[in-house]
Design a protein around this ligand. Structure first.
Ligand code: ADP
Length: 276
């Protein structure tokens, strides 16, 4: 489903990803494991062109992924993203946040006026049911807990009917019990719908528990690829040359202002939703 060949990403003189090559099969749940600053987020952002690769080739479902207008539209339709800080619109209802996952499949004029077809509303409700939040459909999203907001993020991704979900540190702001719950919904999405999931994590225990396969990244290079039971101390030393990190504090403040909206190809309709 994902084929990356010789991907390099430079920010000025700094090389964030060095010649990364990897493949991910359809329906696989792959964890990208690495310390903060290792290049995990850059890797996901290159896959959906939130960051433009400097060199190399990325194929999604056999097709070359391109950063031009048509290529972006396709990648935003096929590849959904889940963010650490949820990227939900606080003042919108839970249902409307999930419906933003349908924008890529709707005529722009309908999305501008928030005229969601009945079919899309049914899809959004079904996705909320899958993360057990159907009863919250009509409440404002800013009344939810962090874990619930991330479940809305998963429902929004599912509503997109994507081939791939990229989850960038989806549980870094959550406590362990909530983290496991959120990762289970993500795992379920992969198992039940055959969606390919690539999930960035820095916590070894979650990677072992949820990853079907683990790709270890350190200083922009792939330093390990294997099964969770192959994560030996020697391998962990390679992934974390500076030692394992202390766990992130749960529930970091929600003051984060996303620089890129979740479905960047549809910025304008989203703004329309936000202002309503
Ligand atoms: P991770 O997700 O593993 O924490 P990132 O992919 O966010 O790592 O970052 C990898 C490296 O690239 C870091 O050193 C980071 O500072 C750098 N980096 C990320 N984004 C940018 C950017 N837009 N401009 C310059 N450097 C960046």
């Amino acid at each position: 489903m994902i084929e990356i060949r010789n991907l390099t990403k430079r920010y000025g003189d700094f090389v964030a990803l060095h010649d990364v090559s990897l493949t991910v099969a359809k329906g696989e749940f792959v964890v990208i494991l690495g310390a903060s600053g290792a290049g995990k987020s850059t890797l996901l952002r290159c896959i959906n062109h939130l960051a433009e690769p400097s060199n190399g080739e990325i194929r999604v479902d056999g097709e070359l992924s391109r950063g031009d207008r048509a290529g972006l539209r396709k990648v935003r339709r096929d590849v959904a993203m889940i963010f650490q800080h949820y990227n939900v619109v606080p003042r919108l209802s839970v249902l409307k946040n999930v419906l933003t996952g349908r924008l890529g499949s709707m005529p722009a004029i309908l999305s501008w006026f928030q005229l969601f077809p009945r079919e899309d509303i049914d899809i959004a409700r079904e996705c909320l049911r899958r993360v057990e939040l159907e009863h919250k459909a009509d409440v404002r999203t800013d009344t939810l807990s962090g874990g619930q907001k991330q479940r809305v993020g998963i429902a929004r991704a599912l509503a997109q009917h994507p081939k791939v979900i990229l989850a960038d540190e989806p549980v870094a702001s959550l406590d362990p019990k909530t983290s496991r719950k959120v990762l289970r919904y993500l795992q379920q999405a992969s198992r039940e719908s055959g969606i390919t999931v690539i999930c960035n994590l820095h916590q070894v225990d979650y990677a072992r528990e949820f990853g079907q396969r683990i790709i270890g990244v350190s200083a922009g290079r792939v330093v390990f690829e294997g099964r969770p039971d192959e994560l030996t101390d020697e391998v962990l030393q390679r992934i974390y040359p500076g030692g394992l990190e202390a766990p992130a504090a749960p529930e970091t403040p929600a003051a984060f202002v996303p620089t890129v909206p979740p479905v960047a190809a549809h910025t304008a309709p989203q703004l329309a939703l936000e202002q309503s």
